[in-house]
Design a protein around this ligand. Structure first.
Ligand code: ADP
Ligand code: MG
Length: 327
């Protein structure tokens, strides 16, 4: 079992940033609206995520650390209408198999907190009373300490932290309603207060994407039946240096999807004769039954049941906005 976990970990847990992604998604799934990410030495020494979500019952703690113990899917219908972030039930077990992981939690209706960790080759879970406010902390130390091959692939602390920073940015753009803090080596690096309303949302957009993007960005909103596209795009000519502002969310998850990328590039090519550097933060919402998200373990790819229509809807939504900007 331990080995299977380590192998599975390789699929999803490539580097510290993958740990941060999985753990923050768990916090979001748990309904948290305050999440703190603390990392040391680019995450290789420590990654600690605290949230104020629902917490995990004492009896569930050891289960949460075992493989395929997801609380989020109970039938096939759930799989087809998946809305929560994580659903494979293997992230915690995978991370625990390649690190020293401690899970501490207190649900609001439980009077004391408990802490769980796994020890030894058979991955037996241990339990002890702890002190913790309502919510959950996952403390991941010494990532890949027992998988030297994987450890060797890690880059400098600065590079690894850069990847973590990007993961947090993606989440910050995906959920404006969540307060997110990120610190590195005890120093607060990013602080994204919960943003409601237009002004606060623009503040967050600027914090994440830079003023050059916000200054030139045009807000758009288009709806076709149950499919809705909204967000910001900037005519690339205005801010080439922000060429990495490319964020597309499908039902709240950030995606790098070839079909969507093509539709966006096409719109820029048609209206601005420039397909190389589109800059955008876009959100596509559609019925969960119209899209498969379980295509890739890292969940960056989707499969639309009506790919052609989605492609054309995105293309047709962007074209008039870019045409207006070109004038
Ligand atoms: P998955 O997210 O795919 O269900 P994970 O291994 O990531 O699998 O998590 C296992 C289970 O542990 C989750 O289904 C959930 O019940 C519980 N869990 C993990 N993290 C948290 C958290 N931050 N707050 C509450 N419950 C959590
Ligand atoms: Mg998960």
């Amino acid at each position: 079992v331990a080995l299977a976990n380590q192998i599975a970990a390789g699929e999803v847990i490539e580097r510290p940033a993958s740990v941060v992604k999985e753990l923050v998604e768990n916090s979001l799934d748990a309904g948290a609206d305050q999440i703190t990410v603390e990392v040391e030495q680019g995450g290789r020494r420590r990654i600690r995520i605290r949230d104020n979500g629902t917490g995990i019952d004492k009896a569930e703690l050891p289960l949460a650390l075992s493989r395929h113990a997801t609380s989020k899917i109970s039938c096939l219908a759930d799989l087809e209408a998946i809305m929560s972030m994580g659903f494979r039930g293997e992230a915690l077990a995978s991370i625990a198999s390649v690190s020293r992981l401690r899970l501490t939690s207190k649900p609001a209706n439980q009077s004391e907190a408990w802490e769980a960790w796994v020890e030894g080759r058979d991955m037996q879970a241990q339990l002890a009373p702890a002190s913790h406010p309502d919510g959950t902390t996952v403390d991941v130390q010494d990532l890949f300490f027992n998988t030297p091959a994987r450890r060797k692939f890690l880059r400098t602390d600065k590079t690894e932290f850069g990847h973590i920073d990007e993961v947090v940015r993606r989440i910050a753009l995906g959920r404006f309603d969540i307060r997110l803090n990120l610190s590195h080596n005890q120093k607060l690096i990013r602080s994204y207060p919960a943003a409601t309303g237009k002004e606060q949302s623009l503040n967050r957009l600027t914090k994440v994407c830079g003023a050059a993007f916000t200054d030139h960005a045009i807000y758009l909103e288009q709806q076709a039946g149950p499919v809705r596209l909204h967000g910001w795009i900037a005519p690339a000519a205005h801010c080439r240096h922000q060429g990495d502002v490319q964020y597309f969310y499908v039902n709240g998850r950030m995606m790098r999807d070839r079909l969507l990328a093509h539709a966006i590039r096409q719109a820029y090519a048609d209206e601005l004769s420039d397909e190389r550097s589109p800059t955008f933060v876009l959100y596509l919402e559609l019925p969960p039954t119209d899209v498969d998200v379980n295509v890739h373990p890292a969940k960056h790819e989707v499969r639309f049941h009506q790919a052609r229509q989605i492609h054309d809807f995105v293309l047709q939504s962007l074209r008039p906005v870019l045409a207006g900007a070109a004038r």
